[in-house]
Design a protein around this ligand. Structure first.
Ligand code: GDP
Length: 194
């Protein structure tokens, strides 16, 4: 399937080092939301993206390529409480600048823990990216931690919030149960084909 040919490409820690070529879809989310696990699940690879032991410590942007200069980009996790204010401010600047100006970027996958979606920082990411007119796909991950009823309720609540915005889509996802992989391939794959 689509992302199983994902390979690590490069790590950058400065916006000036971003690759000139290629088209990319970025993965963003709060530290510990399950972003690395989601990328590993999509790649069907246990340790492609590094599952964080100390969340929020890395400011690296990791690039993965799956052929024809198509890339998935693992952005630094945000919202980790123990990060000093100055470091947090630097991330905000980096993330906002990247999301607002990066021309290689064709869409954003926003990873949110299904138990607490749409935190203030998640909304800030959406607010930065929405004006670009590019699509945002929200993954409500760790869905396995909710009952079926709770999953449906959460999905409906987030969908309802963005009902007026055709550029924002939402789905349930679980790396543990490998649930929702095909839907991500369909939606994000569609962005690369457009
Ligand atoms: P990141 O900081 O957003 O990259 O989050 P990680 O992928 O490192 O995951 C954070 C923690 O949540 C780890 O302990 C994972 O094992 C766990 N986790 C991630 N995805 C899932 C999931 O779908 N279900 C469950 N039950 N746990 C998950």
């Amino acid at each position: 399937s689509l992302f199983t040919s994902l390979r690590f490409l490069t790590t950058v820690n400065d916006l000036r080092q971003l690759p000139q070529e290629g088209i990319e879809v970025a993965f963003a989310g709060r530290s510990n939301a399950g972003k690395s696990s989601a990328i590993n699940t999509l790649a069907n690879h246990t340790r492609l993206a590094f599952v964080s032991k100390t969340p929020g410590r890395t400011q690296h942007i990791n690039y993965f390529d799956f052929g024809n200069e198509r890339r998935l980009v693992d952005l630094p996790g945000y919202g980790y409480a123990e990060v000093p204010a100055a470091v947090r401010a630097h991330w905000e600047k980096l993330l906002s600048y990247y999301l607002m100006t990066r021309t290689n970027l064709i869409g954003l996958v926003l990873i949110m823990d299904a138990r607490r979606p749409l935190t203030e920082l998640d909304r800030r990411m959406i607010d930065w990216f929405r004006p670009t007119g590019k699509p945002i796909h929200c993954l409500l991950t760790k869905a396995d931690k909710l009952t079926h009823q709770e999953q449906i309720k959460t999905l409906r609540a987030v969908e309802t919030e963005f009902a007026e915005d055709s550029m924002i889509t939402v789905q349930l996802f679980s790396s543990l149960k490998k649930k929702g992989v095909e839907k991500v391939e369909e939606i994000v794959g569609g962005w690369f084909d457009a």
